[in-house]
Design a protein around this ligand. Structure first.
Ligand SMILES: [Zn+2]
Length: 296
């Protein structure tokens, strides 16, 4: 964490004392688990976890090409590629890389992973602009405090609700902004024998920002609150048997995996999980907006 970021965090903490910062900027002071190795594992059917202990990367496989969601930190790219190989797959068979949001902890490794795999990268218009330039714009609530990322070549811009296909796979992108303007959640269906689950990779929903940014009245991101509301509504209505999130702890993934490993076969899929995630996002946004009113 550099000095400018430290100062920004200090200013943020001063303006928005705990608990508003919980899970926010303070948590982004690179916890050790972000680079800690996590043996890759099957989540369900053809959906695998290939990220680090603290930053999610998801591999969805088929006989004719794979999809990778998120690339964690720049220094995590080799570890993610290694996890793909450890599962018995070829990194060259990753044909498509997509992203939740363009902060360095989820998009930092994408350029290197694209080089390793030769995959195409696709993103929402706002995220594509950041991936191509390597810099978040002033419309990002965390503009000025997030690190730049390595620029990604050849990013295809997708539409809201677009279905992307690789071989027999189909993943659908849903624009769920708020945390960043281009934030995207991804849905697909995975089967294990005759049992199929609707899986949701829901983007981060925390209303955290640089010190001066206000979600309620940002001149650079006027749709901030409207985007959050759209995202929350999406999470409530989307078919969701199994929730995954860019930070595994945000959806209790390791607890679910531990329960499954202990013999509770279905513990990884929690009924109503997306709706509860939406409730938490809504409560967090409400708290944040109330604080912004207080300091006006
Ligand atoms: Zn972020």
């Amino acid at each position: 964490m550099n000095r400018a970021l430290l100062a920004a965090v200090a200013a943020f903490v001063a303006v928005f004392p705990a608990p508003a910062v919980r899970g926010g900027l303070v948590a982004q002071a690179q916890p050790p688990e972000w680079t800690q190795d996590q043996p890759p594992l099957r989540i369900f059917g053809n959906t695998y976890y290939v990220g680090t202990r603290g930053l999610t990367a998801i591999l969805i496989t088929s006989d004719n090409g794979h999809v990778l969601i998120d690339g964690a930190l720049p220094e995590s790219a080799d570890m993610i590629a290694d996890h793909v190989r450890k599962l018995g797959f070829r990194i060259d068979d990753v044909e498509l890389i997509v992203n939740s949001h363009v902060h360095f902890d989820h998009a930092g490794g994408i350029a290197a992973l694209q080089r390793l795999s030769g995959a195409r990268v696709a993103a929402s218009p706002s995220s594509a602009a950041v991936l191509k330039s390597g810099q978040s714009g002033p419309d990002d609530p965390q503009y000025g405090v997030v690190s730049a990322i390595e620029r990604v070549a050849n990013v295809r811009v997708i539409a809201d609700g677009e279905v992307l296909r690789v071989g027999s796979l189909a993943v659908q992108g849903h624009f769920t902004g708020g945390h960043t303007p281009g934030g995207t959640s991804w849905t697909w269906r995975s089967c294990d024998g005759s049992e199929c689950l609707d899986i949701v990779y829901a983007d981060s929903m925390t209303a955290v920002s640089a010190a001066a940014f206000k979600f309620s009245s940002s001149p650079t991101y006027r749709r901030a609150v409207a985007d959050f509301e759209k995202s929350i509504a999406f999470l409530r209505k989307t078919r969701c048997d199994l929730l995954l999130t860019p930070h595994p702890d945000a959806s209790g993934l390791w607890g679910r995996v531990a329960k499954r490993d202990a013999g509770d076969r279905n513990a990884i899929a929690e009924r109503g999980h997306c709706a509860r995630y939406a409730d938490r996002a809504e409560a967090g946004l409400k708290t944040r907006l109330a604080r912004e009113k207080e300091i006006r």
